[in-house]
Design a protein around this ligand. Sequence first.
Ligand code: GDP
Ligand code: MG
Length: 163
Amino acid sequence: MAKQYDVLFRLLLLGDSGVGKTCLLCRFTDNQFHPAHISTIGVDFKMKTIEVDGIKVRIQIWDTAGQERYQTITKQYYRRAQGIFLVYDISSERSYQHIVKWASDVDEYAPDGVQKILIGNKADEEHKRQVPKEQGLQVSGGCCVSPPESRTPPAPPTWPASP
Ligand SMILES: Nc1nc2c(ncn2[C@@H]2O[C@H](COP(=O)(O)OP(=O)(O)O)[C@@H](O)[C@H]2O)c(=O)[nH]1
Ligand SMILES: [Mg+2]
């Protein structure tokens, strides 16, 4: 039987509850968006295999619950991660302020030199924006590799405000 993949990468999604981590994952693996917020319990994961320069790369993305009560469990997954996405919601100043805390947990529990990527999610909610793009750039300079903003639903004008 042909080998299903050549290399495996384990990536981890971190950030406050409700910032859109599970939606980002579903968009990446299944190209789907679910408008309802169903809290992730502890840790969950999805996989996708992509081909890069003829190499089959299996990406295993671990999705964590943002709530404090699950953090003893989720921290056990930091150690095996090769890359970490730190996610905030551009319409929530609070979720952005907490990035500093998430990043310091990464420094404490993840392997040295782990790649970090900052994601300012819900970029379609421009009218509700509380975190200026420049602010995202500032924090990314201190803790992360790149500062993209993202949106997981389709076109912004038709998207209703989330609950
Ligand atoms: N407007 C908008 N809503 C989003 C986006 N991503 C997620 N949501 C909504 O935000 C809520 C929380 O998403 P979820 O992925 O469950 O958050 P998690 O707790 O971080 O996993 C849900 O109601 C989603 O529909 C986005 O890019 N734009
Ligand atoms: Mg979730």
